[in-house]
Ligand binder design. Sequence first.
Ligand SMILES: [Zn+2]
Ligand SMILES: [Zn+2]
Length: 238
Amino acid sequence: MASTDNQDNVLDNSTDDRNTKLEKVYKIFDELCQCPICLKLLVEPITTICGHNYCLSCLKHLLASSNLEKTCPLCRENLSYLKNSRITINFILRNLLETRYENQYLERIAEIKQDVLDNKDKISVIKRLLIGNYHATINTGYEIGAHRWTLFIRFADDENDMDIGTYIKEIIISDPATQEHVLDAPPYRYTMTGLQSRTICLNIEFHSRFHKANLRTDWNLCFTGIGNQKSIELEFIN
Ligand SMILES: [Zn+2]
Ligand SMILES: [Zn+2]
């Protein structure tokens, strides 16, 4: 509790001092009030175990979005605990937000309600994308010890490439040994012969209805065993 001395000091402060302090408080508060996920005004704020603040709807979306580990987008703290516990709104922060932003806060509430309505018929699909290569050593003519390799891009649950074309529009392959190569329909395979392993860059474009940014990744050709692959989890909102 503030002592009488402190109260006197506060009262003694000039109006200018108070305004400067107030401006500082507003500035800090305004910075704090942007949700790091949606980059808009925080609504129904949740303070996580690491002390960061997110909109309730943004956090729910993060927790529901995929099978990946749930981590704080700002500091990577594990947020899996939120899946099994009651998520509690930071009421002090909410009251401050409502008071400072009034109509803007109400507009955000309405916006989120509309988003929920717009998305209620949409389905989230998780796909596991496999990128890798298989290879064989060939010993014919001048190509002794060369590798006949095939780069593949496919879905884990889609052995015959029946499904992948629904999601992927095209893949641009940048192979340092040749020119750019565009794969515009499945099966997404790229076969070459060579002696040396190298890194192939991929730019994967999805169909526009998924509103998904291109996936840029690369693959280092593997000539040991039968080859190798990596897996990337992708979420599509249909
Ligand atoms: Zn948000
Ligand atoms: Zn955090």
